[in-house]
Unconditional design. Structure first.
Length: 122
């Protein structure tokens, strides 16, 4: 799951919730987890960090490892070579999804520029 999906799911977005009925189990990445927790901390809302940490416990977290690093380098190089760079975090998230042969649940269309990445849009 991409970070935007985690946020939407936690907020109770009906389209995000529908995905959980179709695709189970859902997993996220270490990068999405970090972005999600940073957003909670940045929000300064009371209990946001605690609630976000508890929410993440429901999902297995796929790590960024050495194989993901090789895939990331390929993605970043390919996109920069075509002038289509997206955020480094999103390139890292995509590399983890590809490494683990997982589709990426997201509403962010720029992920479609990454060859071989299966996208589940909502």
């Amino acid at each position: 799951m991409d970070t935007c999906y985690l946020i939407d799911l936690m907020k109770g977005d009906p389209d995000a919730e529908e995905i959980t009925k179709i695709h189970n189990p859902l997993r996220t990445t270490s990068i999405s987890s970090a972005e999600f927790l940073y957003g909670a901390k940045k929000s300064q809302k009371k209990n946001a960090c605690d609630l976000s940490e508890k929410f993440l416990r429901f999902f297995p977290v796929l790590p960024f490892d050495a194989e993901s690093a090789v895939i990331y380098a390929d993605i970043a190089h390919a996109l920069s070579g075509h002038g289509r760079h997206i955020s480094t975090f999103d390139e890292l998230i995509a590399s983890i999804a590809l490494r683990h042969d997982e589709p990426l649940v997201t509403r962010d269309r720029h992920f479609s520029t990454i060859d071989g990445l299966e996208i589940i849009s909502y």
